[in-house]
Design a protein around this ligand. Structure first.
Ligand code: ACO
Length: 429
């Protein structure tokens, strides 16, 4: 806490209150309003929590104005260029880049926990063949609380760490199984001789009838996408995980809630929505018409993959993905007219006053779907892919909160309903 403060005076009562300014290691100064109600009798109104810091965190830093994203201080561009998803996972969980011994121990632990209880596979068979993979993921991860409850004491740091590793290790297994279920394919068990992202591709696409060869370009691209999605401070799904965790719920329940929050098209569901939108636009010549629709307040259409609550500049992850999109398509020898369409849409939108004035730029998901499509991942799986990467962020934030428990999360409201009135018997209504 610095000595900085902001003094508020209530003109009605004449009372004054010093609100201390909380300063982190970086970022905007933030007012500590915890004494406001007690001293002056006011709550604050902040729908969507756009102005509210819900916690202190050492994990991820974003400067939305400058387009900066750092995990544990390391710029996302450097991690994308040099690191691997599992190394990033270690760094997010433990705070620093691992030594080679630390990394091999961590990789061994994650690999050891990749299999799921066989009854989870049976449980999965209960879903209809066309269930959305995110519905399956939310249901199955929630059910894991029933399978891995042995000694699960959230007050015990070792048990917490084990649950975090289990979630990181098993999420790809469950996500791939959800896809295989929709295809009517038999279960594929994790092949632990493979690295994390290769193993996921193998679980997704291998069939018993023929050998499956992993394309290293695809595995590398996937690893990078997982890195870019790994954490993003207090976004909707992570805040959900923290809110549920504040009640003392078990980590599988917390992460299942995070998955549900991620699913919406305003959040992680945007990657699926972008591809649907690009298909609907269909051709470069239709771009101006759709841009016009996106600006029309009477039309519910929005440019999916555009805009962000925090970034009022180019999302740094979008810059990396845009470049990677070209490289992956070239290396896989694929062409996708959706990429040309996406680039034209971006060009026109970024020249348009509506988008310029509102600082609406492409976000992480504007280009990610084109890469997933090139890797053969079906559109319905896009948000599940996001969930695999983000699991690391969810469990890192959960571990941070569980180590320093906060009060139960419990926002207030401005009540706008009827004032007191008397019950009227049904025959008199
Ligand atoms: N298309 C058209 N107009 C938009 C868009 C868009 N994609 N995004 C925001 N706007 C407009 C709003 O209508 C609003 O206009 P107004 O000031 O005239 O009323 C203004 O820009 C500010 O937008 P808000 O809705 O206040 O922004 P908010 O921070 O609440 O929402 C969000 C951010 C949800 C990401 C929004 O930009 C959006 O819906 N984008 C499309 C969905 C998307 O891509 N989501 C993924 C986000 S990234 C992630 O979760 C991984």
């Amino acid at each position: 806490m610095s000595d900085r403060k902001l003094t508020l005076t209530d003109p009605q009562s004449g009372k004054s209150l010093d609100l201390p300014v909380v300063s982190g290691s970086e970022g905007d100064p933030t007012l500590d309003i915890s004494s406001l109600h007690k001293e002056l009798g006011y709550f604050t109104f902040d729908p969507g929590y756009g102005m509210t810091a819900s916690c202190k965190s050492d994990i991820t830093f974003i400067d939305g104005g400058e387009g900066i994203l750092r995990y544990r201080g390391y710029p996302i561009e450097q991690l994308a260029e040099n690191s691997s998803f599992l190394e990033v996972a270690y760094t997010l969980l433990y705070g620093d880049l691992p030594t080679s011994d630390q990394f091999s121990g961590f990789e061994r632990d994650i690999t050891y926990h990749t299999m799921v209880h066989e009854k989870i596979n049976t449980f999965m068979q209960g879903f209809h063949y066309n269930a959305h993979p995110m519905a399956i993921l939310a249901g199955v991860v929630g059910s894991m609380a029933a399978f891995y409850h042995d000694k699960l004491d959230v007050k015990d740091p070792e048990q917490r760490e084990l649950a975090a590793k289990r979630l990181i290790a098993k999420m790809p297994t469950v996500a791939a199984a959800a896809y295989r279920h929709s295809m009517g394919w038999p279960s594929a068990y994790p092949k632990n001789s493979l690295p994390y992202s290769d193993r996921f591709l193998h679980m997704m696409f291998s069939v018993p009838a023929e050998p499956y060869e992993i394309n290293p370009v695809a595995a590398k691209a996937l690893d990078l996408l997982f890195i870019l999605h790994a954490d993003h401070e207090q976004n909707a799904s992570t805040s959900t995980v923290r809110l549920v965790a504040s009640t003392g719920a078990n980590p599988y329940a917390c992460v299942a809630a995070g998955i549900a929050a991620l699913w919406g098209p305003a959040h992680g569901g945007a990657n699926e929505a972008v591809l649907k939108m690009l298909n609907e636009i269909g051709s470069v010549k239709n771009v101006p018409e759709f841009v016009k629709r996106a600006k029309d307040k009477d039309d519910p259409f929005r440019l999916m993959g555009f805009g962000h609550r925090v970034y009022k500049n180019y999302d740094p992850r979008a810059t990396i993905i845009r470049k990677q999109c070209h490289e992956v398509l070239a290396e896989l020898g694929k062409q996708d007219e959706l990429l040309d369409l996406a680039m034209e849409l971006e060009r026109i939108a970024l020249e348009d006053d509506y988008f310029v004035e509102r600082k609406l730029y492409p976000n992480v998901d504007f280009y990610s779907g084109i890469i997933y499509k090139a890797l053969g991942i079906p559109t319905s799986m896009f948000t599940a892919m996001f969930a695999i990467g983000r699991t690391v962020g969810w469990v890192s934030q959960w571990l941070e909160q569980a180590a320093n428990p906060t009060r139960i999360g419990r926002p207030r409201q401005v009540y706008t309903g009827p004032t007191e009135r008397s019950y009227v018997p049904i025959q008199n209504r």
